[in-house]
Design a protein around this ligand. Structure first.
Ligand code: F6P
Length: 546
């Protein structure tokens, strides 16, 4: 089968890109007063303005042809239907089932998985109620005040970042703390301020084999016992979320304290499962459930909206346009909302662990770019840090701006200032400033011709830097759930177009194996090192220092 880069739709886009590279968005806006209206749409409380992109009707049509050629819609339906689309692990991909409260069944290997999904949600709801009401008490009869959620990757990022993003909805009286890194500083900091009698340790690991999470849980257990708890008290203070029930019980977690998850839920897609328990504990179950309902609404939109109104399709295709035809190697996320400062890091795992691949579904090494580097941070901070490069650097970095139109605080002019910066940045990136405009500005300030000559080119900006702007009334659980699902489906669209498996992650295995081999040499200082010269030297230096 020919590689994607040799297909008709790809060829058409390549030709278009060549002719389109000289088009400036300034001129596209000048030529069509309806441009903003034409290239904007909304769904599930999210308004998408994609008019500040280097597209016109011919480009958009060619991108739609590419989606058609790559059978994106059929692949989408296969995912929702529970087909085995994760070929290398022979698994279905059904994070969408986790938020399906429609009553419709979802079958995996001929069995409807919904009863177990809904039973787990009910188990979560009951635990949250018992913790929030104080009914669940520790071994000295005190209610839980602190939850220490231990996990890493998809077992940490979703719970932490979504809880943070929804701070205005936090349940008073319970504090949820997160530990991920195996660096002992992390868990030491968190446990140092805890009272073990009022603390619940919630360990989340889909595989129950992740070194960092297991070690952190062992340390937490030693802390608990060291503080005066006994083995019998563990059942009141330790709970787990995992698909590996056997390993979790062998580790010492009481079976009734284990919340199941399933192999057809990928780690980076798992916050809708019991992995999301820390979110439910932080916000209350009903708010957590609102997140799932928002994601479900986006699922329905993704399945039913025509392409030209389909937010995941539009954002996915635009990303392919820049990645493959403008050689954009990264994509920056700029949430103009302090509480969403972690959002880029969440999408980083979702996107890069899904689409950082180089082999297609026919086991062929591919010769075209796939997943971009995802990065970013909250506005306006980035404007005083990396925006310079986006405006005047040599590399094209498409941007997603995000802004809630309303926020929980009403302190002075802050929100209007935030919004004005958000809008100005995308305007400046699109419009730029010509050398002539720059020179006129300098002359207007009274600079000499020589000074103007020396400065004008430095102060000019090419503009024509693409961006999307996503607006929401507010960042509430329903909207945030829809936003996360939007990005999940955007990633899906791109993986489907690139003909890669977005749902395995073999690239993380080698480092883990080598890490274990090296750990043995760091712990046994007499053991002979037979690694490469660099690694042998690094091991030696660590041994000498410790
Ligand atoms: O190593 C990568 C990874 O498997 C991620 O995909 C996953 O989210 C994370 O590690 C944690 O895995 P687990 O939930 O099995 O501990």
């Amino acid at each position: 089968m020919s590689l994607l880069s040799s297909t008709p739709a790809w060829g058409a886009l390549s030709s278009l890109a060549e002719s389109f590279k000289t088009e400036h968005m300034r001129d596209l806006f000048a030529a069509d007063p309806q441009r903003a209206e034409k290239y904007s749409t909304s769904a599930c409380g999210i308004y998408l303005d994609y008019s500040k992109n280097r597209i016109n009707e011919a480009v958009f049509s060619a991108l739609a042809d590419l989606a058609q050629q790559q059978n994106v819609s059929a692949k989408r339906d296969a995912m929702f239907n529970g087909d085995i689309i994760n070929g290398t692990e022979q698994r279905a991909v059904l994070h969408t089932a986790l938020r399906n409260f429609s009553g419709e069944p979802v079958y995996v290997d001929g069995e409807d998985v919904m009863p177990e999904v809904l039973a787990t949600q009910e188990k979560m709801k009951q635990l949250v109620a018992k913790i929030h009401s104080g009914e669940h008490k520790g071994y000295t009869g005190k209610p839980v005040k602190d939850v220490v959620a231990i996990g890493i990757g998809g077992s940490f990022l979703g719970p932490k970042i979504m809880s943070e993003a929804l701070k205005p909805y936090w349940f008073k009286g319970i504090k949820v703390h997160f530990v991920a890194n195996v660096d002992g500083c992390h868990i030491a900091d968190v446990l140092a301020e805890r009272d073990h009698e009022e603390t619940l340790i919630l360990m989340s690991s889909k595989s129950f084999t992740t070194q960092e999470t297991l070690q952190n849980t062992i340390t937490a257990k030693e802390w608990f016992l060291g503080e005066g708890g006994t083995q019998q008290d563990i059942a009141l203070h330790f709970m787990a979320v995992s698909s590996n029930i056997k390993a979790a019980t062998e580790f010492g977690i009481a079976e009734e304290n284990i919340f199941p998850m399933w192999d057809w839920v990928g780690g980076r897609y798992s916050l809708w499962s019991a992995i999301g328990l820390p979110i439910a504990l932080a916000l209350g179950y009903e708010n957590y459930r609102q997140m799932l309902d928002g994601a479900y609404a986006m699922d329905v939109h993704f399945k039913t909206a025509p392409l030209e109104q389909n937010l995941p399709m539009i954002m996915g295709l635009l990303g392919v346009w820049y990645t493959n035809f403008f050689a954009a190697q990264s994509h920056v996320l700029l949430p103009y909302y302090h509480y969403m400062r972690g959002f880029p890091a969440y999408i980083q795992q979702l996107d890069m662990e899904s689409n950082g691949k180089s082999v297609n579904s026919d086991n062929q090494n591919i010769d075209y770019a796939t997943g971009p580097i995802i990065w970013g941070s909250e506005g306006t901070n980035g404007q005083h840090s990396f925006h310079q490069l986006i405006h005047q650097g040599q590399i094209l970095i498409p941007a997603d701006f995000m802004l809630p139109l309303n926020v929980a605080h009403n302190i002075g002019p802050h929100h209007a200032m935030l919004a004005s910066n958000c809008f100005a940045q995308s305007q400046a990136l699109m419009q730029g400033k010509t050398v002539a405009e720059s020179a006129a500005e300098l002359q207007g300030k009274g600079l000499s011709d020589e000074q103007v000559q020396a400065l004008a080119t430095h102060k000019a900006m090419t503009g024509n830097k693409p961006s999307n702007t996503l607006l929401f009334d507010q960042v509430d659980p329903h909207t945030l759930g829809a936003l996360v699902a939007l990005y999940e489906h955007k990633v899906f669209v791109q993986g489907a177009i690139w003909d890669i498996n977005s749902f395995d992650q073999w690239g993380v295995e080698l480092g883990k194996v080598m890490g274990t081999q090296i750990l043995d040499k760091l712990e046994d200082k007499q053991a002979e090192c037979k690694f490469d010269a660099s690694t042998n030297d690094l091991v030696k230096r660590f041994r000498q220092a410790n």
